[in-house]
Design a protein around this ligand. Structure first.
Ligand code: 5GP
Length: 214
């Protein structure tokens, strides 16, 4: 007689949830809402060559590196993906993510489109979500409304947005951030559904069948 294993005890693999969006689409707010509802997420802390902004601390929001340090790590294969975004280098350290996933933790990535598509090669079982603005004029309005970017920056970000939108079809999910509450609900729904995917639950069916002695 096989010992009965509780279904709840069966191993669940950690999930990669990768979220990308054009600058100004509201990704940070949606990520905040997701994490408020699911505080158990592990967050992948990236390396960057950009300078810390007010309130940002080394190793909390980012690992801040010089360009030389970043390039040396990149050559050593330290990054699961990397990209140049708005003139700075950004990269995801590979080993911490692999360790978190092996430990069954769900890992959230807030990274740009080029990086997300590289990660798709490394973690094909991940959930890749693209956040869309409701329209180009609305994106422009939001970028201006932030009051943080120069005219030149805004023009560059809008230009980049077009290139990013052209890549959006390669993501698994598209969420239009028109109504914030609805968009946050959709993002949460994608995550909840992703957790239940069959490849995420190795051993679940075996555990159940073994209770039947099958
Ligand atoms: P910020 O400098 O405003 O924090 O981020 C600028 C952009 O870089 C955002 O779109 C953010 O998602 C992206 N980013 C942050 N970390 C990474 C990373 O590790 N890899 C890539 N490819 N993009 C990143």
């Amino acid at each position: 007689m096989k010992s009965a294993q509780s279904i709840a005890e069966t191993r669940r693999l950690g999930l990669c949830l990768v979220i990308s969006a054009p600058s100004g689409a509201g990704k940070s707010t949606l990520v905040e809402r997701l994490c408020k509802k699911f505080p158990h997420f592990a967050y992948s802390i990236s390396c960057t060559t950009r300078a810390p902004r007010g309130g940002e601390r080394q190793g909390e929001q980012y690992h801040f590196l010089t360009r030389e340090e970043f390039l040396a790590r990149r050559e050593a294969g330290y990054f699961a993906e990397w990209a140049e975004v708005h003139g700075n280098l950004y990269g995801t350290p590979r080993v911490p993510v692999e360790e978190l996933l092996a430990d069954g933790r769900d890992v959230l990535f807030d990274i740009d489109v080029q990086g997300a598509l590289q990660l798709k090669g490394t973690f094909p079982q991940g959930l890749f979500v693209f956040i869309l603005p409701p329209s180009l004029p609305e994106l422009e309005r939001r970028l201006r409304g932030r009051g943080t970017d120069s005219e030149e920056d805004i023009a560059r970000r809008l230009g980049n947005a077009l290139g990013e939108l052209r890549q959006a079809g390669r993501f698994d999910y598209l969420i239009v951030n028109d109504d914030l509450v609805e968009a946050a609900d959709e993002l949460c729904a994608v995550y909840v559904a992703g957790r239940a995917r069959t490849p995420n639950r190795p051993g679940l069916l075996d555990a159940l069948l073994s209770q039947w002695g099958a």
